[in-house]
Ligand binder design. Sequence first.
Ligand code: CTP
Length: 421
Amino acid sequence: MTQRVLLIISGGIAAYKSLELVRLLRKRGIAVRAVLTQSATQFVTPLSLGVLTEDHVYGDMFDLKEEREIGHIQLSRQADLVVVAPATANILAKMAGGIADDLATTLLLATDKPVLAVPAMNVRMWHHAATQRNLAQLRADGIRIMEPDDGAMACGEFGKGRLPEPEAIAAEIERLLALPKVADPLEQFVINHRDFATALEASGALAGKHVLITAGPTHEPIDPVRYIANRSSGKQGFAIAAAAARAGARVTLVAGPVNQPTPAGVDRVDVQTAREMMAAVEAALPADVAIMVAAVADWRTADAADQKLKKDGSGRPAPLTLVENPDILATLGHGAQRPALLIGFAAETQKIAEHAQAKLARKGADWIVANDVSGNAMGGDDNAIQIVTAQGIESWPSLPKGEVAQKLIEKVAHALSPVAD
Ligand code: CTP
């Protein structure tokens, strides 16, 4: 069956390359239906696109004739893949904010199909915090983002932000269209994950279950102004809490000091230290599932000073005596109120699977989700994990933390379901 792409062209200088992209896709036997934003019509004409796509070119949401023939909802659903190329900073911002103020953005909000965005913009616009924030949001929402190329720009500047070559975009489109047919269920999941998320939500796969999650770092005070901390951002744990709540669970999220908004439908308990986290976790029991994502400090100072430590003039640093913190995961794993499914995380920088295997046994957990934190997984937006269980090791490719969360909750729901194998 012919594969169909809905190509949304937004208005940047790179829009002219969309003509070549259409030609390459048609050459590969892919049908293309084009939608132009108002500003894109300054760069490419509906006439040339119409000739190349051999189809009507869409542009105005309030075109009565178009609406009668094909409503914009249908238009967004009739494709196998929606591609935004070039995607300007403006359309990315609208997509991230859920704004639908023209046909292109309305289609993007109404679609139930996977979406690939191919950004192209000035280097400074690309690196702007607002654009990067919007891209992170879009990735978390399951939108595929193609990295722009580096090089000379139409505006005379040099750097990242160029539209990738049409040949590379066509190859990526072909790869995404082929995904449902490939044997890799995870890739299949990624492309369909928003459909899946909706299904999980609709089915309330975790309805009636209590899921207890820890997230973020802990802060162990040295004196009133100093503390021992780590780089955990809490992103992964918060994303898991959000996914569990979407699946219908009652979620208790015990969070160390992080700067993350509370996900909808989640009961959040804020703590600072490992001992406070331990107490909050015990107070939240019983739970059906516990997912210990927090990067709990292994040690705290034996005595936090009441007053700020001062230099004593000797040139010697103030002595710090450290004592071990309670192991929350191990306490749960070996405790009387052990949740039916107990999941730990393991931040490792080497021998990942080997260390995770050892942790599984030592802490009495069912699964250890091991991640390599030698890169920037801690604090970053993506995570490549391995799930170590008594049955073996499952490796996932690097995915946005939102997708890791969604996929993990799918696995949890499956493990708890009566028909689980
Ligand atoms: N954990 C915990 N309480 C602690 C330390 C860790 O609950 N005091 C949990 C973490 O939330 C995580 C798992 O144990 O789910 C593994 O954490 P990690 O720091 O990798 O393990 P450690 O036991 O600290 O092992 P090590 O630092 O020696 O690698």
